[in-house]
Design a protein around this ligand. Sequence first.
Ligand code: APR
Length: 245
Amino acid sequence: MNVVTGNRFRSLVVLTGAGVSAESGLGTFRDKDGLWTQYDLNDVATPEGFMRNPALVHAFYNARRRNLLDAVPNAAHLALAELERQWPGDFLLVTQNVDDLHERAGSRDLLHMHGELRKIRCENCGDIVAWEADLDQATDCARCRVGGYLRPHVVWFGEMPLYMERVYAALEGCDLFLSIGTSGLVYPAAGFVAEVRRAGRAHTVELNLEASDGHSLFAERLYGPATEIVPAYVARLLGLQPQAS
Ligand code: APR
């Protein structure tokens, strides 16, 4: 295992996936009894599925939104917020997760590339608003007053992820890339490590419960529950960084 020793990194990009929220009680997608073993993603996570049966899609996201209200950030979320607070250089956290546990743990410079479960969007006027309650297709948009066009502000399969320009610019310029709690099976996020390697200047680290699909592309790999390996790695990383004077 390559151990980071004494390097002063300046520009850090962290990618997270469902595994970072697993120990907060939020289901992952592809683990044993994960969400995609309980639902067909074509029915609940595609625009076609929403057109076919909006009530099923609303029920799926309403249940996840209610579940999220009971969840709390875990030690991995808290460690990443601390890493950001103490980081002496550029820091960006890109999450595939639609939960708000990173924010609630204190993360600030954070991009939700797959959208946010606690927001909804009007497909008629584009308005995006915070939303805690259940949603159904009869609800009118508060801005354009038209009904039947409100949907979860979540990126479905076949739709463009958000903030990609900012993400690729950060990947291009980083000298440390951490990938945490993701299976590395869904693009474009699964391709981020290859982007970083192409730029040729960063140390790449995978922190996951088990080897991801792209594990061989990482220079360093740490396996175990996120609530154990993420705080330990953050402590080691911050211990190596000469503190900003
Ligand atoms: N600690 C660390 N890693 C964990 C833990 C844990 N406690 N539990 C599970 N994992 C790892 C699994 O080993 C797996 O590699 O988290 C990963 C979860 O993989 P997925 O369920 O595929 O979730 P993710 O990679 O985030 O999926 C990417 O796919 O369905 C779409 O939009 C959805 O954002 C999601 C995207």
